[in-house]
Design a binder for this molecule. Structure first.
Ligand SMILES: [Zn+2]
Length: 137
């Protein structure tokens, strides 16, 4: 009987190809949705293996590690507005999934100048995401 239960758990684990990201899952889903709506296919195998809260250096909001794991600074996460949280996750997913480097402005800017509110991200979200995903008008 125990064996049967383990099998079932393994099966349901296999049935869902999506990684589990806990509280970050919604941000990954909106990253995927925004990419797909712009014709950018995101292969799920390229998604980060893990996204988690961690203790990072001061003034560092998040990192994409070499192994593809995203770490978000536990010290700042709660103080970020929802807009900043999304911008931060887009930024780190930009590094980890799209292999993007830092740029002078936009989502891949090294510094989040509008921390902790990110009002202009919210106001210019569509244009910023177009730029981020390489859509030219
Ligand atoms: Zn960065």
């Amino acid at each position: 009987m125990l064996k049967y239960i383990i099998c079932l758990a393994a099966l349901s684990g296999c049935a869902t190809t999506k990684q589990q990201y806990g509280e970050f899952e919604a941000y990954v889903n909106s990253f995927i949705a925004e990419a797909v709506s712009r014709g950018v296919g995101i292969d799920e195998v390229e998604l980060p293996s893990t996204i988690k809260l961690a203790t990072l250096k001061d003034y560092t909001l998040g990192v994409c590690k070499v192994n593809g794991t995203i770490e978000i600074n536990v010290k700042y996460w709660k103080s970020l507005s929802l807009n900043c949280r999304e911008q931060l996750l887009m930024h780190e997913l930009g590094h980890c999934v799209l292999n993007r480097q830092h740029e002078n402005g936009g989502i891949m800017a090294e510094n989040m100048t509008e921390y902790p509110h990110c009002k202009s991200y919210a106001e210019n979200r569509t244009a910023l995401l177009d730029l981020f995903f390489g859509v030219t008008h």
